[in-house]
Ligand binder design. Structure first.
Ligand SMILES: Cc1ncc(COP(=O)(O)O)c(C=O)c1O
Length: 498
């Protein structure tokens, strides 16, 4: 397996015991030898012969990107919207012929697709000395990164509210989460520094991995400022952290005008700042093409790439050829090409920004006047983190119980409000869903996160109709819940005497 490249820092000590124990898939090694030079005769691997694939060609009809705003044209023109065909035939000519695409390949993905995504990554991030590995989307990629880096008992850092589907996936591996406070500007570097510089080794090994969502963070919608990104990277260098940069909302950044070229206006990623090879950047097509694509890519040092490939070679193998053909043809000379892709994501930004603004204007009209909830405009992503003024509820209690560091009944009231919304016909995502599972003994100086769960995550990704109906129900549910007479619903467990 490759050593770290000479220009990068040796970070091999971050590998998990599992990753170190992993042996390359021996059959893949022989398979690679068959590709050492052209016209090798192979009687080695049991690869089905391409003449027996019952597929003559693959065709995809996609939106045309010739219009000034291709997303607006595609969305509004209905069945007459202009489209373009991507065709992969068995032997070509095309960017990725069926014959090649449908065969086994390595865990890195098909070279043609890897090359297309390397060019795309170069266009947006221009990283130094990094290699692309294809994945089945960010969930697959992040979990593979956890397996690559985490030993039982290791501490990993993450945004205090985070995408719990992935954070929870690390728990059976024995990884312990250490939450870092965030605000509208994303993860707070001073908090990260405080945790790292005051780490008590009696608690266990010092954290060596930071998992973070830098743009349109899920669930809070916050986006890291450029200045914070630089400070966090410097802290990662000082404290020897690996950064897993999970960035599915990168292309949905709204701070810049929608008409500007994204390559020049999107915030610099951690990958673009990485000189040591300590960033594993995780990208996905889920939010910019469709979630069912199940395709994404990790960009990392060649060293971590080799370990990701080794893991993939012996587990999921490479991603499906259908998605790889689609992406390769889409980005290829007969498809959108990179400028066309750029025009598409630029249009998507404009469209989601329009939906965000619609949501916020509605919120200002229907919910904010209640004085019971507030929403701030996210600079990226699909989510608004709505703060509920739970302290204004007649049954709100403070400082009456000390159990597990909890000082208020915020959690309980939020659960009731959630049920109240459901009764009204509205599903919202409770903030509690995103709380990292941590050791309460080490709660932050501000106290238990259970006292700060007074948030719902709402999305503006849907239709105007859904937003109108949803926010009307939400405003009504809030008013009813907060208007409850003091005496009516008080139950014995609501009384907070300790
Ligand atoms: C922060 C974050 N990471 C990962 C994912 C999963 O992405 P994918 O569909 O590429 O697996 C999501 C999806 O919502 C997400 O918000």
């Amino acid at each position: 397996m490759s050593s770290p490249s000479s220009s990068q820092v040796d970070l091999s000590h971050h590998l998990s015991a599992e990753a170190k124990l992993r042996r390359p898939n021996p059959m893949k090694e022989i398979w690679r030898l068959a590709r050492r030079k052209p016209n090798m005769v192979s009687l080695a691997n049991g690869d089905p012969h391409s003449s027996l694939y019952p597929i003559k060609s693959m065709q995809f009809e996609v939106a045309s990107v010739d219009e000034k705003d291709p997303v607006a044209s595609w969305r509004t023109a209905g069945p007459s919207a202009r489209s373009q065909r991507l065709i992969s035939t068995r032997d070509g000519p095309c960017a990725l012929p069926v014959k090649t695409a449908m065969q086994y390949t390595t865990g890195a993905g098909l070279p043609e697709t890897q090359c297309a995504l390397t060019e795309l990554t170069k266009f947006y991030h221009n990283p130094l000395d990094h290699t692309v590995t294809l994945t089945l989307g960010n969930a697959d990629a992040v979990i593979k990164c956890f397996r690559l880096l985490g030993n039982p008992g290791d501490h990993f850092l993450a945004d205090e509210f985070t995408f719990s589907a992935l954070a929870n996936a690390a728990l059976p591996q024995g990884i312990k989460w250490v939450p870092v406070r965030i605000d509208d500007g994303g993860l707070i570097p001073e908090e990260l520094e405080r945790i790292l510089s005051t780490w008590d080794e009696a608690r266990g090994p010092k954290p060596h991995v930071l998992y973070t969502v830098p743009c349109g963070q899920n669930p809070t919608g916050s986006t890291l400022t450029v200045e914070r990104r630089k400070r966090i990277y410097a802290l990662a260098q000082r404290h020897d952290l690996i950064i897993i940069e999970d960035d599915p909302y990168y292309f949905l950044q709204y701070s810049a005008p929608a008409s500007a070229a994204p390559a020049r206006t999107l915030a610099p990623s951690f990958l673009s700042l990485d000189v040591d090879g300590r960033v594993l950047r995780v990208d996905s097509f889920s939010k910019i093409i469709a979630p069912g694509m199940r395709l994404g890519w990790v960009t990392s040092s060649a060293f971590f790439h080799a370990h990701l490939v080794s893991y993939t070679d012996s587990s999921t193998q490479h991603p499906h050829a259908f998605g790889q053909v689609f992406v390769t043809e889409l980005l290829g000379p007969a498809g959108w090409t990179l400028p066309g892709f750029d025009a598409w994501v630029c249009g998507l930004r404009g469209e989601y920004q329009r939906r965000r603004d619609y949501f916020l204007a509605l919120f200002a009209r229907t919910v904010a006047p209640t004085g019971l909830a507030e929403a701030r405009a996210p600079a990226a992503g699909m989510f608004v983190w709505v703060r509920i003024h739970v302290e204004r509820h007649v049954r709100f209690r403070r400082e009456r119980a000390i159990g597990r560091g909890r000082r208020t009944n915020c959690k309980q009231l939020m659960e009731e409000l959630f049920e109240h919304c459901l009764d009204g016909g509205l599903v919202v995502m409770p903030g509690s869903v995103f709380v990292l599972s941590t050791d309460p003994e080490y709660d932050s100086p501000e106290g238990s996160i259970e006292d700060r769960m007074n948030y719902f995550r709402l999305t503006f990704a849907g239709t105007e109709e859904a937003m109108e109906q949803g926010l009307t129900i939400f405003g009504d549910a809030l008013q009813e819940f907060f208007a409850e007479p003091a005496s009516r619903l008080i139950k014995s467990e609501d009384v907070f005497d300790s």
